[in-house]
Write a protein that binds this ligand. Structure first.
Ligand SMILES: Nc1nc2c(ncn2[C@@H]2O[C@H](COP(=O)(O)OP(=O)(O)OP(=O)(O)O)[C@@H](O)[C@H]2O)c(=O)[nH]1
Length: 330
């Protein structure tokens, strides 16, 4: 990876390139690096990522396992830069998709500087948490435990929870345990401080202001997926996938003062014809609503006008189809 300003360094200043000595352009004492957010499904990982970054970057929902992609959020501070990798729920694989997700999680864990282990305060420490703890115990990456959803319980219950986390088997060498509420914002800054403390000294890795380097296609697909699932999560929990096929800018006159118009072609995959009917709705009304809502969100994201072309297709057992999974980016 190339650091900003690297090109301007004198060729003999090798120490600056390795990041050991501050090079011109980044403040002394600045730290930068990566954190991975893990936790069982519904533990509050996406909400915490968003609270740390301060802008919506990952899908959140009341239902488990909606985060299918590793989404990065970037926390910019005067004293450091933290790049967050939001991971899907670490769970026991049942389908090929589940297995690939778990491989992705393990790979991520070994590559980051610190792991954020979310344990929701409104739930007892359970087998799902211990399963993750076992994975973490095999890594050398420092682990910060976060008692998420701290606003949902009494102080007494929170204290019990922190104790249970500390005493969880297998015993993890926890660097810190921090109670946080991503909803009220309580202790989010404290957690940021703690996480920055685990990063190595180094220059900013991303330009200021950048919040995520998730490709636009993936962000667009997630916005549509979220809109398409709204109100029908019970019927279609995990059987819906969205693939952005093409984004093309419409040709226009050079003196046209309006912002450019993008044609965005998207396929929504379901597993059965009955699910297709649910997504489309009576007389196509539901799909039109989904299209309108997600188009507005995409326009806000890209800052341009968008024509959204949505198709619903049946791909039987897409979760078990390696070819389609590959195209969907898994
Ligand atoms: N009250 C409260 N609710 C929270 C907090 N954090 C998350 N939640 C709720 O908990 C639910 C799950 O949150 P997510 O952030 O989607 O959880 P996740 O761990 O990313 O879930 P998966 O993607 O399924 O693994 C959502 O309904 C959130 O609104 C919190 O700090 N306080």
């Amino acid at each position: 990876m190339k650091f900003p300003g690297e090109d301007e360094l004198p060729p003999d200043d090798a120490s600056a390139v390795t990041g050991l000595v501050p090079a011109s352009g980044w403040p002394e004492g600045f730290r930068s690096g990566f954190a991975s957010v893990v936790g069982r499904p519904n533990a509050g990982k996406s909400t915490l990522t968003n609270a740390l970054v301060g802008q919506k970057v990952a899908i959140t929902s009341g239902r488990p396992q909606t985060t299918r992609h590793v989404v990065r959020g970037i926390v910019h501070r005067d004293d450091g830069q933290l790049i967050l990798v939001d991971t899907p729920g670490l769970h026991r694989p049942r389908t090929l998709l589940g297995q690939r997700l778990n491989d992705l999680v393990k790979e991520t864990l070994s590559e980051v500087d610190v792991v954020v282990f979310c344990l929701p305060a409104d739930q007892k420490v359970g087998p799902g948490d211990r399963h993750i703890a076992r994975e973490l115990a095999q890594q050398r990456t420092p682990v910060v435990a976060v008692a998420t959803k701290a606003d949902t319980v009494s102080r007494e219950r929170l204290a019990q929870h922190l104790l249970a986390v500390d005493q969880m088997e297998p015993k993890l060498d926890l660097a810190d345990i921090v109670p946080v509420s991503a909803v009220t914002g309580e202790q989010v800054d404290v957690l940021t401080d703690v996480l920055l403390g685990h990063l190595p000294p180094g220059p900013p890795l991303y330009p200021d202001g950048e919040l995520t380097d998730e490709p636009e296609q993936v962000m667009i697909a997630e916005l549509i997926r979220e809109a398409a699932l709204e109100g029908v999560r019970e019927e279609l929990p995990h059987s819906l996938a969205v693939l952005v096929e093409e984004i093309v800018e419409r040709p226009r006159e050079p003196d046209d003062p309006r912002p450019p118009m993008l044609d965005v072609h998207v396929n929504v995959y379901v597993e059965r014809p009955s699910q297709k009917a649910i997504v489309i709705g009576k007389g196509g009304q539901r799909l039109r609503d989904v299209g309108t809502r997600s188009r507005k969100a995409i326009e806000a994201l890209l800052g341009t006008r968008v024509y959204l072309d949505l198709h619903v297709r049946v791909a039987k057992d897409w979760q078990r189809d390696p070819k389609l999974l590959g195209r969907l980016g898994f």
